[in-house]
Design a protein around this ligand. Structure first.
Ligand code: GLP
Length: 240
């Protein structure tokens, strides 16, 4: 299903409400969370809802999608830092329930397996929130990633490094590799919400709506999921 709203504000209210509804219905939910500028207003809205009407988050578990390799949790462009700035510092989720891939891990293979296993041990994610890259990546699963992938290392495409360069002072500082949840891990979530806003997502959204399910467009894997919602603002929906 898809929903098109006029503004980013409406997109964020709808998405935050879906997250809130999930937490209320399932206090011990395992949530898959995403980063990126699309999610900033979503998290701000979720915090506002939770301030207005507090909910017990002591049983909630979260797993983040991805992290740059080589950036510490203290690095302002790490996804770890992003999550604490935008959400976790302002919420009472027990620290041991918050999971983020470790960009500084030295045993990458074990770290990847442990990450996917921890999600499976909880019976999979109850809800996965996703943004989308301009090349159709989800998490950091770049085009041609196998749909049956688990948490793994990716070499970032040039397009992704250019897109994400806006957050760094210099393009050369953008990491070349990242850890990401695999597409299979994402597909095993019981519910998936993909959010896209702004002009720069219009082309990839048009492709997503028309394309076959194919590894050249990672987000197309989601089209086989039985509980998948795409949430768009008018700009991202402009070419549909
Ligand atoms: C990054 C993240 C993705 C995110 C995408 C879009 O590459 N790895 O998880 O969906 O960017 O980000 P934005 O919302 O800033 O456009």
């Amino acid at each position: 299903m898809y929903k098109i709203f006029e503004t980013v504000d409406e997109v964020s209210r709808y998405t935050a409400q879906r997250l809130l509804d999930k937490i209320k219905a399932l206090p011990a939910a395992a949530l898959g969370l995403a980063t990126g500028s699309t999610m900033e207003p979503v998290y701000a809205q979720l915090l506002q809802y939770l301030q207005q009407s507090p909910v017990d988050l002591s049983k909630l578990t979260t797993f983040n999608l991805d992290e740059y390799i080589g950036l510490s949790a203290e690095h302002p462009q790490s996804y770890n830092y992003y999550m604490y700035q935008h959400l976790f510092n302002k919420l009472n989720i027990p620290a041991q329930n918050v999971h983020l891939p470790d960009g500084l891990t030295t045993d990458i293979e074990t770290a990847c397996q442990t990450y996917s296993n921890a999600i499976q041990a909880l019976g999979g994610l109850d809800l996965q929130l996703l943004g989308i890259g301009s090349n159709g990546h989800i998490g950091f699963n770049e085009p041609l990633t196998c749909f049956n992938s688990r948490t793994h290392v990716v070499e970032l495409s040039e397009q992704t490094r250019i897109d994400n360069g806006r957050f760094f002072t210099d393009q050369s500082e953008v990491p070349t590799h990242a850890l990401t949840l695999g597409i299979q891990d994402i597909l095993e979530a019981k519910e998936i919400i993909l959010v896209a806003t702004g002009n720069n997502k219009a082309e990839i959204m048009a492709q997503l709506f028309t394309s076959a399910i194919d590894e050249t467009l990672p987000a197309s894997a989601l089209k086989q999921h039985p509980n998948f919602t795409i949430v768009l603002d008018r700009e991202a929906a402009a070419l549909l």
